[in-house]
Design a protein around this ligand. Structure first.
Ligand code: AMP
Length: 756
């Protein structure tokens, strides 16, 4: 198969006549497994010999570098072809990736031993006993294909030092770090879980922007290809099956979440790539030896979308309205803003997806209607009720389930397929993640196809090996069966609709129009059940995949107009504080109209207490730990006074984009209060501290004092990027400055939340 270059003892440099790994696999995929490789060779080494294999492509790029042991030999007694099977031991990171991803999808390759290819004759394992898999030698491998192979001295194998993991810098990814210019046209961007899409209004008509290849969406996927090159969008999607560990998708579900949050804990094992903790404890992605933040990943996708827009509009684009799910919390919204900036976009507005869809439905139509936006996408479900009065779009109630989407429909189908496999073969399916991904893909394809037809064969060839025998998955799926499988999921969406209606005392008949958004809303059972529940069929007025981007473009367009649209949103989840014992006290309630602000007062609970701490969460659970931790406000340098006499008022202010700012003011003395904001807390440490505070008894905080309304203190923009716990430089608000003149100096605090 190749120019096998055996040197004196154990170094093997093999130069392949193929330019790419794909070419090699197409021709000789049967000679390699995850655990080893078969090489033809005139002179072979006896089983048990330790070798260092350096397999190179024709151009010199290394394909594989591993320590190995000769596992068997063939063709030694004149029977068959002369060669040997090498069992891999330790391999370098690139080789591991190659073996774990590319090779693992070959049905025969799910094994830890080298293959005995057809036609090479019987394998002879007999000579000495097998040697345990060695580690890589520290010596550098031989230069590409040049001369005889280097021969490490026997016994010099040592484990290579694993390089420390590094956060990749924005500069390394050629991302933007400066403030983008606020000039030129504004585009609308739907940053989706599965696909992202840009739209623009021309001549008063919004339209989705197409790439040069004619796609109207960019898959929200990025990957490092086999040559280590970063690719985004369609090329990244194209290698999802062959290189899953290096392909990042679904970033939208992770961005802005702490690594230690319960949600990340629940979903991280569902991804084929590795989710790790970033520098400040946030969820991040590990690719090779580097850690990428989800803001960077989202930024790379946004940059691709921006380039599509620039190419089509023929001018630079640096401003955008970007949509997010209504259910996104403050951290997530901030993270999307940051991603926009890294992509070179000034984010004019973060817009809720249902509001965008309602805009696409009602813009310019002078409607007077109450609509429900039903948004069932790849990963999440949202339902929002909006009242449209001409140019005013007011969200009055919203709710959702962050764990309900197309993926769950696919899972229900996969479960059924695996049960059919068991019944047909009498064997339990034993494939790995990659095999499951192949079944998942087939299930999703069948799901979409069966929206249009009544029956489909789901066939995944060589999907698994059980006891060295390959098996196919081959099931005929009928539309009837498909509809029955995820019925409970559709029922759950209607339960959410019901809750969202009930929150405002509404009934299904109070809704004038139901607008469907999100790819999964095309599922026939969704139409059927919605029609029954609302006693009317859903609207045909919007395109489920394009409505959100079009709505964002319409808002972008309206920003420059004198009589633009007015959007009134609500807070999707309560924002409040953690109390001793782990309880959660909402300060701003769910569904409160935005902008909103409220003041929370807390006082010292010990004599001479000089520090107070407030942990802030967002969510609807009564238990703080079940909600999303937003940060800790730490107030130090309080005057020493009897307990209860030092009071701090904290103003929670949420703007019309659901972004939170907090101002804290110590009102009982003229002494300066220094604020520090922690970035090291995780929900677990916060929970432990709350429990400890309970042990110390007495409540920390007194209740909400009053709604501040329009008279709320103006606040300095919160710096949300602070990475380390350090005293924040106090910044005077105009309001605080006035007070400081009257009282000497008024200590005050600005809401600046560190990241958990
Ligand atoms: P989105 O996040 O809005 O792009 O939605 C993606 C989800 O919609 C994926 O789970 C798709 O499988 C699903 N989807 C797309 N088209 C269809 C269809 N015709 N029938 C059922 N589900 C679909």
């Amino acid at each position: 198969m190749a120019d096998l270059n055996q040197g004196g003892a154990v170094g093997l440099v093999v130069k392949l006549p193929f330019a790419t790994p794909e070419e090699f696999l197409a021709k000789y995929g049967g000679n390699i497994t995850r655990g080893g490789i078969y090489l033809r060779a005139k002179a072979v080494r006896p089983p048990g010999t330790a070798v260092t294999l350096d397999l190179r492509l024709a151009g010199g790029d290394r394909l594989l570098y591993a320590a190995a042991v000769v596992h068997f030999v063939t063709g030694q007694q004149g029977q068959g072809i002369s060669g040997m099977g090498l069992k891999f031991g330790e391999a370098d990171a690139a080789t591991r990736r190659f073996l774990d991803s590319t090779i693992a999808i070959l049905p025969h390759a799910q094994t830890d031993v080298p293959p005995v290819p057809n036609g090479v004759g019987p394998a002879d394992y007999t000579v000495p006993a097998l040697v345990a898999a060695p580690s890589l030698p520290t010596v550098a491998p031989a230069a590409t294909g040049a001369g005889p192979a280097r021969t490490p001295a026997p016994g010099t194998f040592t484990a290579p030092a694993s390089p420390p993991l590094e956060m990749v810098t924005a500069e390394a990814l050629e991302l933007n770090t400066a403030e983008p210019p606020r000039t030129g046209p504004v585009i609308g961007i739907d940053l989706g879980t599965t696909n992202s899409c840009a739209a623009f209004v021309r001549g008063n008509k919004p339209a989705v922007l197409h790439s040069r290849e004619g796609h109207n969406t960019v898959p929200s996927i990025l990957a490092f290809n086999q040559r280590g090159k970063l690719v985004v969008g369609h090329p990244a999607k194209g290698q999802m099956l062959t290189n899953p560990r290096q392909t990042v998708y679904g970033a939208k579900r992770l961005v802005g979440r702490p690594y230690a949050s319960p949600i990340v804990g629940q979903i991280k094992d569902r991804f084929h790539y590795e989710i790790a903790a970033g520098q400040a404890g946030e969820a991040a992605v590990r690719l090779g030896d580097r850690i990428y933040s989800l803001q960077q990943i989202s930024a790379l996708i946004l940059r691709e979308v921006r380039e599509v827009a620039q190419n089509q509009l023929g001018q630079p684009i640096s401003r955008a309205v970007i949509t997010v799910p209504a259910y996104y919390n403050d951290n997530q919204r901030q993270a999307v803003r940051e991603a926009g900036k890294l992509a070179g976009l000034y984010v004019e507005r973060i817009l809720n997806e249902p509001t965008a869809a309602a805009l696409a439905y009602g813009y310019g139509r002078k409607l007077n209607q109450r609509v429900l936006v039903y948004d069932l996408g790849g990963g999440t479900f949202d339902a929002s009720v909006l009242e449209l009065h001409d140019t005013v779009y007011e969200v009055i109630s919203t709710g959702g389930d962050t764990f309900l989407g197309g993926i769950d429909f696919d899972n229900a189908i996969v479960e059924y397929l695996l049960e059919e496999f068991r019944q047909q073969t009498g064997r339990t399916f034993q494939g790995d993640r990659v095999a499951l991904q192949r079944i998942n893909d087939a299930a999703e394809r069948a799901k979409c196809a069966l929206s249009e037809r009544s029956e489909m064969r789901v066939h995944v060839a060589f999907v698994t090996m059980i006891d060295n025998k390959p098996y196919d998955l081959d099931v005929v799926l009928t539309r009837q069966k498909l509809i029955a499988l995820p019925e409970k999921l559709v029922d759950r969406t209607l339960q959410v609709c019901d809750e969202v209606l009930q929150a405002k005392g509404l009934k299904p008949q109070d809704i004038d129009e139901v607008i469907l958004v999100g790819g999964q809303s095309r599922f026939p059972l969704v139409h059927e059940k919605i029609t029954k529940f609302f006693n009317q069929p859903p609207s045909k007025g919007v395109h489920p995949d394009e409505a959100v981007a079009l709505g964002a473009a319409l808002l972008a367009h309206s920003l420059g107009q004198l009589e633009g649209v007015v959007l009134i949103d609500v807070l999707p989840m309560a924002i409040g504080v953690g109390l001793p014992g782990g309880r959660f006290k909402p300060v701003l309630e769910r569904n409160v109209a935005l902008p909103a602000s409220k003041v929370y007062t807390l006082s010292t609970h010990r004599d001479d207490q000089t520090e107070l701490e407030l942990t802030v969460f967002q969510g609807d659970s009564e238990r703080a730990q079940d909600n999303e931790y937003l940060g800790t406000l730490r107030l130090a340098g309080l005057p020493k006074r009897p307990r209860g006499t030092v009071q701090v008022t904290v103003t929670f202010e949420v703007n019309n984009e659901s972004l939170l700012k907090v101002v804290a003011r110590e009102g009982t003395s003229g002494r300066e209060v220094v604020s520090t904001f922690t970035t090291r807390d995780t929900p677990e440490t916060v929970k432990a501290r709350l429990a400890q505070q309970e042990a110390e008894a007495r409540p920390v905080a007194s209740g909400v004092a009053h709604a501040a309304g329009n008279g709320a203190a103006p606040v300095a923009p919160a710096n949300r990027n602070m990475a380390v716990a350090a005293p924040a430089a106090p910044v005077l608000t105009p309001d605080a400055a006035v007070v400081s003149k009257q009282k000497g100096f008024m200590g005050w605090l600005k809401g600046l939340f560190g990241r958990a």
